[in-house]
Ligand binder design. Structure first.
Ligand SMILES: *Cc1c(COP(=O)(O)O)cnc(C)c1O
Length: 424
């Protein structure tokens, strides 16, 4: 009987047998995926803690965490348990109804940030877009002329038209001009330019407090304080983009808390590490900013789903325990990197806070990424010359040592072809 229902074996695909799995995955994508990403030729299959394995079984130490997303590493047992449990109960029900986890997560985030109100969305870009709407709505309530946004050169805020309009890097914007009008960019360290630019026509000032895509550049506390004063004087909203540099990454919950007393924003957006790998973004506001958006003025179908918010809540519960490790492992990593500057004169500077680390190299070094891959390390190079590392918050000293050994190999190979430019 059974043999009758058995499916007929598909014809043997000779090509499939001869082609390695990784190649087949890459070929299939080449045919069907918009070619917007220049991917590295690695097909990842599974992860555990700070390590990932590709389809051929090769192991990599993950120093990038999916660009700051996998903050708890891979397959963290607490996260896996919560996902399993919640997926079996309720994944999504829409914002037409209540579920248990939005309020709980917002309460937790509020305790972490000092900002009482939250709106949930699904990505960083979407959060920035919502924050811009708050600034615009606030401006419109005061006067039709109050519609300018001040942003910083070298910033990155995302890929939608609004987010691009305030992103201070031409390479992301050029193909899509004209974008939104009334945006002014000022150099990230130029306090005088900031003072000159902010007027009664300013609706919002947007600061990415540690520029991530821009090469791990912390914006000085002075700049931030002046922005706060100007926003108050001219009744503008102060917006912080903590999408990459927030939610524990700098060794504090948010990077505005690195200075004491903290310079408080009116609106703050976060995303990347918040969902331990699930897509979730948040806009957090004080009461003044919250008042700009009334019922029906903003929304999101997927935003604040039960699964995403429950997992993010679990992630936030774990953050407090992880905070000492973020600080210690981060400090240790940066000290070990700084120690290498004596040996490798092309390392200009080691920058960052907590586990957001940039190593500034004095030549374009994109090839370091493939070089490190061969050594079993996942790193990234941003702004052409900055090796960027955003390791999981659970990274330990042994893993940092492994990272340093791998990076030393990468730097050693680079040193063979390096002649120090005159005048350095
Ligand atoms: C990644 C990033 C964004 C965009 O977030 P997406 O989730 O990719 O939309 C915006 N701002 C900063 C600072 C980022 O690092």
């Amino acid at each position: 009987m059974e043999t009758l229902t058995e499916p007929i074996a598909p014809p043997i695909d000779a090509a499939a047998i001869e082609t390695p799995v990784a190649q087949r995955v890459m070929d299939l994508e080449k045919q069907h995926i918009l070619q917007t990403y220049a991917r590295y030729p690695v097909v990842l299959q599974r992860g555990k803690g700070c390590y990932l394995w590709d389809v051929e079984g090769k192991r990599y130490l993950d120093l990038l965490s999916g660009i700051g997303v996998n903050a708890l590493g891979h397959s963290h047992p607490r996260i896996v348990r919560v996902i399993r449990e919640q997926a079996g109960k309720l994944i999504h029900c829409s914002n037409l109804y209540y579920h248990e986890y939005q309020g709980k997560l917002a309460q937790k985030l509020s305790a972490m940030s000092g900002l009482p109100r939250t709106f949930f969305c699904n990505s960083g870009t979407e959060a920035i877009e919502g924050a811009l709407k708050i600034a615009k709505a606030h401006g419109n309530k005061v006067s039709p002329e109050k519609n300018e946004i001040i942003a910083l050169e070298n910033s990155f805020h995302g890929r939608s038209i609004g987010a691009l309009a305030i992103t201070g890097q031409a390479k992301y914007r050029n193909d899509f001009e004209p974008l939104l009008p009334n945006v002014r960019f000022i150099p990230r360290h130029d306090i005088d330019a900031l003072v000159e630019s902010v007027t009664d026509r300013t609706a919002g000032i947007v600061l990415e407090l540690i520029q991530g895509e821009g090469g791990i550049y912390p914006i000085g506390e002075k700049m931030t304080r002046v922005a706060r004063e100007l926003a108050d004087r001219h009744n503008a909203m102060l917006l912080f983009d903590e999408i990459q540099c927030g939610v524990g990454r700098p060794g504090t919950y948010f990077s505005y808390q690195l200075s004491e007393p903290a310079v408080m924003p009116d609106v703050m957006v976060a995303a990347k590490p918040l969902g331990a790998g699930l897509p979730i973004g948040v806009i957090m506001t004080n009461e003044r900013a919250a008042a700009s958006l009334g019922a029906g003025m903003h929304g999101s179908t997927f935003g604040g789903g039960a699964l995403a918010t429950r997992v993010a809540h679990e992630c936030c519960l774990m953050l407090e325990e992880l905070m000492p490790n973020i600080r210690q492992a981060g400090a240790y990593f940066r000290t070990e990197l700084a120690a290498m500057t004596h040996k490798f004169p092309f390392i200009k500077e080691v920058r960052g806070h907590g586990l957001m680390i940039g190593v500034d190299i004095d030549f374009p070094c994109k090839h370091f990424v493939t070089d490190a891959l061969a050594d079993g390390l996942l790193i990234n190079v941003t702004h052409d010359t900055v090796v960027r590392m955003l390791p999981p918050y659970i990274i330990n000293e042994r893993e940092v040592d492994r990272a340093i050994r791998g990076l030393r190999n990468v730097f050693k190979r680079a040193a063979r072809n390096y002649t120090k430019p005159a005048g350095l």
